[in-house]
Write a protein that binds this ligand. Structure first.
Ligand code: RET
Length: 238
């Protein structure tokens, strides 16, 4: 499929935005104390992976034609890996340090399994919905994906909140609020875009996805590492 020049430009800007985000997050990481640097890795790789996915799309790959509509499966491969990493980054910020050994660690792993498992299914079933083309059963897959999305949010707003570190709770709550607002836009855009009802055209869809992708990866990652940085500063001062 031939991209129009404005579609190609948006995808190149997306590539540049993600690459710049990875570089900025790495740079902030180097200013963190050693024991806090692990907070940077997930956010860095989220942006690095997305930069590669955007580069693939800008250079014309990562797309299949289904019922005469382009389906950018590269997005879903990106999301399949980056959304679990985003969630893992958020959980790492929030969770209290483990005490009591054995059972507490297993409970923690169970919660991670819940949130990440539901998230992977949300993206995988969303990809199936996209590949169903004009077939009306795509809405069944869409509904299944939506159920798993709600399970992700339930995990993050419910059980995970009982395992937070008191001093990390404000940062966790702020990041979770931002994540929820940004992530809710995806299923809405899917309905409006070419894979759903076609109310907005392909260029509009590529543009809005690029903007929310950059906000939910670069913006979210920068806020996360800056949040950690300001907390380690205030603890050093205390
Ligand atoms: C789909 C369509 C089916 C229903 C739902 C969806 C949700 C997608 C989400 C994606 C988040 C992506 C992020 C990317 C970062 O760059 C698959 C669109 C519920 C929530 C955060």
């Amino acid at each position: 499929m031939e991209l129009t020049s404005s579609q190609e430009l948006i995808l190149w800007l997306g590539t540049a935005g993600m690459a710049a985000g990875a570089a900025i997050i790495a740079a902030i990481g180097f200013s963190l104390p050693n024991h806090q640097r692990h907070h940077v890795t997930a956010s860095f790789f989220v942006c690095a992976i997305a930069a590669c996915a955007y580069l693939a799309m800008a250079t014309g790959s990562g797309v299949w034609m289904v019922d005469d509509q382009p389906v950018y499966y590269a997005r879903y491969l990106d999301w399949l890996v980056t959304t679990p990493l985003l969630l893992l980054g958020l959980l790492t910020v929030g969770f209290a340090p483990l005490t009591g050994g054995g059972e507490a660690g297993r409970t923690r792993n169970g919660l991670i399994g819940w949130v990440l498992g539901a998230d992977v299914l949300m993206i995988a079933t969303g990809l199936v919905a996209s590949l169903r083309g004009d077939s009306s059963d795509r809405w069944i897959w869409y509904a299944i994906s939506l159920v798993f999305f709600l399970l992700v949010l339930w995990g993050l707003f419910g059980p995970v909140k009982q395992h937070l570190d008191a001093k990390m709770t404000p940062l966790y709550t702020k990041l979770l609020g931002i994540l929820t607002i940004l992530w809710v836009i995806y299923p809405i855009l899917w309905v409006l875009g070419t894979e759903g009802t076609g109310a907005i055209g392909l260029t509009g869809e590529i543009l809005v996805f690029a903007v929310i992708d950059v906000l939910s990866k670069v913006g979210f990652g920068i806020l996360l590492v800056l949040g950690i940085k300001s907390m380690s500063r205030s603890h050093a001062a205390a």
